[in-house]
Ligand binder design. Structure first.
Ligand SMILES: O=C(O)[C@@H](CO)OP(=O)(O)O
Length: 215
């Protein structure tokens, strides 16, 4: 049975400032670097054979720290990027006007194909995230990959594996450097395919970051 570990990157400057990143980027904070070290220590005990990361800077940096601890190289996969948040990228959550806040909320309230202007829908992101996860099935027998991605992207992946709609992702709190695990099982009696073993585990962190919406 293939086990795949899912890690959100460490806290960034813009997470701490409540600024929207999407496919734009900001550097890890000092706390984010420490979180990455702590998740790397945990990863070292898990027998990780591959570290595969979104190609954005914050995930690359987190992945490099984890890969070094695990003695493997980082592979980049752009399908693991955060949702493209179009015209709202780089904006502070606290400066959105009513119309802009409406666009943002459409993403998480079930509006069919809701998207921020010039951005991506949850359904589109779900499709590319599942493609990246399914690519792990082609790794050699005995592989144990760890994917480094983003809050909404991983939330959407885990939600849809559970059978929830892609926009239910905010019902899952995936904090910076949390670990989730999904397994691919083939069973004649139980659901075949991906199952969620654990989601949002932060027991390896000494001081978990607040989610940017909680701040
Ligand atoms: O893009 C962002 O601003 C946030 C949204 O949750 O995602 P992440 O920090 O996980 O990249």
């Amino acid at each position: 049975m293939l086990q795949v570990y899912l890690v959100r990157h460490g806290e960034t400057q813009w997470n701490a400032q409540r600024r929207i990143q999407g496919q734009s980027d900001s550097a890890l904070t000092e706390k984010g670097e420490r979180q990455a070290e702590q998740v790397a220590e945990r990863a070292k005990t898990l027998g990780i054979t591959h570290v595969i990361a979104s190609d954005l800077g914050r995930t690359r940096r987190t992945a490099e720290i984890i890969a070094l601890a695990c003695g493997v190289e980082v592979t980049l996969d752009a399908r693991l990027r955060e949702l493209d948040m179009g015209v709202l990228e780089r904006r502070s959550l606290d400066t959105l006007n009513e119309e802009e806040e409406g666009w943002r909320r459409q993403l998480v309230n079930g509006t069919a194909d809701g998207r921020i202007p010039e951005g991506e829908s949850m359904a589109e992101m779900s499709e590319r995230m599942h493609a990246a996860l399914n690519a792990c099935l082609d790794l050699p027998e005995g592989s144990r990959p760890l994917l480094v991605s983003h809050g909404m992207a991983l939330g959407c992946l885990v939600s849809t594996i559970l059978g929830l709609p892609a926009w239910a992702e905010r019902r899952l709190r995936l904090r910076n450097c949390s670990i989730s695990r999904v397994d691919h099982q083939q069973s004649p009696w139980l659901a075949s395919g991906w199952v969620v073993e654990t989601a949002g585990d932060i027991s390896h962190l000494d001081a978990p970051a607040l989610d940017e919406l909680q701040r």
